[in-house]
Design a protein around this ligand. Structure first.
Ligand SMILES: [Zn+2]
Length: 306
């Protein structure tokens, strides 16, 4: 073993897809249901793009992670079952794409349970992974996720490899960190009805950005976690770019594509003695000096799997 990965693996790549469909737009503004063009653009994600993405992943024998809001799951039950049938992970992504930071404690718990119930019913197993809509956890989320039996979260940006979130929780939660740089939305979202006038970058521009970041993560032996939305990445020309990126990454030796849940399992098994120490990754922004009471889920330490 060299670096943080077992065996001779030098870098792990995780392809993740947030199948938001219409949920994120309806959460933003319920009146968007009266905008059929916007709704149809969003619905293209689960209806047209996701099946195509599943075929692309099969072509390269890659298993990936799909995060679904409960509303999207219960309105696309066959799709959820097909994602599972092909060996991919289904993770929790709210019910109607609610950012936990926007919810009261009672609402946050209710949304978490509702989404879990729907995904459990459709997939036959409780989701182990959670990704906060908008990547905005609340200050309570880490404790709540641990208490509800989740293995990992994928919403924070405190490192560029998995780390352990430690706090006042029943068990430590693994963090699979993300970053806006490795997200298709800032590059591709263009929705005038919602006043989202993104830059509409070309596939080549985005390929250059993502492949450059992969090169850096590979050099340092970290994790390449790409977050995509079928309604954005699923346009045909962009999918060809994703295919090109997969081939590019596969051209590097000792790279492994993994599902986020499998990486989290690996980290969860890591013995405490393997904690590398050094920089402390935080679940929250540094807080001002406070009285000497228990701080909730603010400290995380990077640990190596066995
Ligand atoms: Zn989302």
């Amino acid at each position: 073993m060299s670096g943080i990965w077992p065996g001779n693996t030098k870098c792990v790549a995780m392809l993740t897809f947030d199948v938001d469909g219409v949920s994120s737009w309806l959460r933003r503004n319920p009146d968007f249901r009266f905008h059929p063009s916007l709704m149809s653009m969003a619905e293209y994600g689960p209806s047209i793009a996701t099946p195509r993405i599943l075929d692309l992943l099969d072509t390269y024998s890659i298993k990936a992670s799909f995060y679904l809001p409960g509303y999207v799951a219960e309105t696309h039950t066959d799709l959820v079952k097909e994602i599972v049938r092909r060996g991919h992970e289904v993770g929790h992504h709210g019910y109607l794409h609610e950012s936990p930071a926007s919810l009261s404690p009672r609402e946050e718990q209710s949304v978490l349970e509702k989404g879990t119930d729907i995904l459990t019913r459709l997939t036959g197993q409780r989701p182990l992974g959670y990704r906060a809509p908008g990547w905005e956890l609340s200050e309570r989320s880490v404790e709540l996720l641990a208490s509800q039996g989740f293995l990992y979260d994928s919403s924070l940006m405190g490192d560029d490899a998995p780390y352990i979130l430690q706090g006042n929780t029943s068990h430590p939660l693994v963090e699979i960190p993300v970053h806006w740089l490795l997200d298709d939305a800032p590059h591709f979202v263009y929705a005038p009805a919602a006043n989202r006038l993104g830059p509409l970058r070309t596939p080549d521009e985005v390929f250059n950005s993502w492949s450059s970041e992969f090169e850096g993560l590979y050099r340092y032996g970290r994790a390449f976690t790409l977050t995509m939305h079928p309604q954005h990445i699923g346009r045909p020309g962009r999918l060809l770019m994703l295919e090109r990126l997969i081939r590019y990454i596969q051209g590097f030796p000792q790279v492994q594509f993994m599902r986020a849940v499998d990486v989290a399992q690996l980290w969860a098994k890591g013995p405490a003695s393997a904690v590398t120490g050094g920089a402390v990754a935080s679940a929250q922004a540094p807080a001002p000096p406070a009285p000497a009471t228990v701080s909730v889920a603010t400290a995380g330490e990077r640990a190596s799997p066995p």
